[in-house]
Write a protein that binds this ligand. Structure first.
Ligand code: HH2
Length: 333
């Protein structure tokens, strides 16, 4: 079912009688607004199934409880990623960056999916991600590792090298072998909404209603994963900020983020340093977009998003600690 209700997320301390939003210890809701007319619905009037979809605790991800936001640190081992391309030339640099980051999950990517990027051959992508993952494990870093890839062969090699989950920006549409692989390995997978492929996705993207169309697509892709044998508790969903979206589309999706809890699965948002932050925040260079990225991470956390994919881990963690202390009545993430 495609969700059409957006919980009005409130700090836990301000909403003592409300329901936890997707099991959050920090965010609650007592009211929802119907999309798109914003008519108000009381949480008490929800059917038991709808109530469970929005309020039930989400199962842990790679051993991490999801009752508070978790930080996924971006480690791109690419020459050309839009923000950090070429910064990690060898496995030793990856290990040093991972140690400095102290993220809850590390997301290793060997193919840039920035607008206009060309696909990378499997062998090249494997040669980028596998040594990085091996080096992290050989260095004794036990942090869960996600591999950011659209290709089943790359995912398989990364899982063999020590990765714990797959982050597929095509949600299994790029490579038909991806969802069966994830099911066979029994690992979690993040399914992201994208419109078109990176080469063309920013060529005048249009939607009738971006919020509903993204919800419908995520619902379809979750169904496809379930049909392939992926366990429901192993699926995360992501509206795909910047993937075939204008600045306005990104804003509408972020404002409506809590609606996606109605799909009943944990959510991931990756807005870090993306173009719309530069456009709205007056920061031309990606490296100057940390403050705006932290603002967006806080916005997502305040709507119960469980996983925040960011470049600036320490800055995001500090901001979340203060937000949790103020809004969540002291339950620090
Ligand atoms: N964004 C990027 C890459 N992977 N995965 C998920 N689940 N969600 C995202 O929003 C997302 C993602 C693009 O950002 P980045 O990795 O920083 O750049 P590049 O694609 O140029 O390597």
């Amino acid at each position: 079912m495609i969700p059409a209700l957006r919980p009005v997320a409130e700090p836990a301390e301000a909403c003592p009688g409300g329901l936890p939003l997707a099991g959050s210890a920090l965010v609650r809701f007592a009211r929802l607004r119907r999309h798109p007319d914003l008519a108000e619905v009381a949480a008490d009037d929800l059917s038991p199934e709808t109530r469970a979809a929005y309020a039930a605790p989400r199962p842990p991800l790679c051993g991490l409880s999801l009752d508070r936001p978790r930080i996924m640190g971006i480690l791109n081992v690419t020459p050309d990623s839009f923000s950090d391309g070429g910064q990690l030339p060898d496995p030793a640099a990856v290990v040093a960056r991972a140690r400095a980051m102290a993220a809850d999950i590390l997301d290793i990517g060997g193919e840039s999916t920035r607008p206009g990027a060309e696909p990378v051959p499997v062998a090249d992508e494997v040669a980028r991600v596998v040594p990085a993952i091996r080096a992290l494990r050989d260095a004794g870093i036990a942090t869960p590792i996600s591999v950011d890839t659209r290709k089943a062969e790359v995912a398989a090699a990364a899982l063999d090298a020590g990765a714990d989950m797959v982050n597929d920006v095509s949600a299994g549409l790029y490579d038909p072998a991806m969802l069966p692989l994830v099911a066979a390995r029994g690992v979690p997978v993040c399914l992201m909404h994208a419109r078109g492929d990176p080469r063309t996705m920013q060529d005048d993207p249009r939607y009738g209603d971006v919020v509903t169309e993204v919800a419908a697509h995520l619902s379809d892709r979750a169904d496809a994963a379930l049909a392939a044998g992926v366990r429901p508790e192993a699926i995360l969903l992501d509206p795909g900020i910047g993937f075939g979206k204008t600045v306005q589309h990104n804003l509408m999706l972020l404002r409506a983020a809590a609606l996606y809890h109605g799909l009943g699965m944990p959510l991931l948002v990756g807005a870090s340093r993306k173009r719309f932050i530069g456009a709205l925040g007056g920061a031309e260079a990606a490296g100057d977009r940390m403050p705006g990225s932290v603002a967006v991470a806080l916005h997502a956390a305040a709507r119960g998003v469980q996983v925040l994919r960011v470049h600036d881990v320490a800055e995001t963690r500090q901001a979340l600690a203060l937000w949790a202390a103020l809004d969540g009545a002291g339950a620090a993430p």
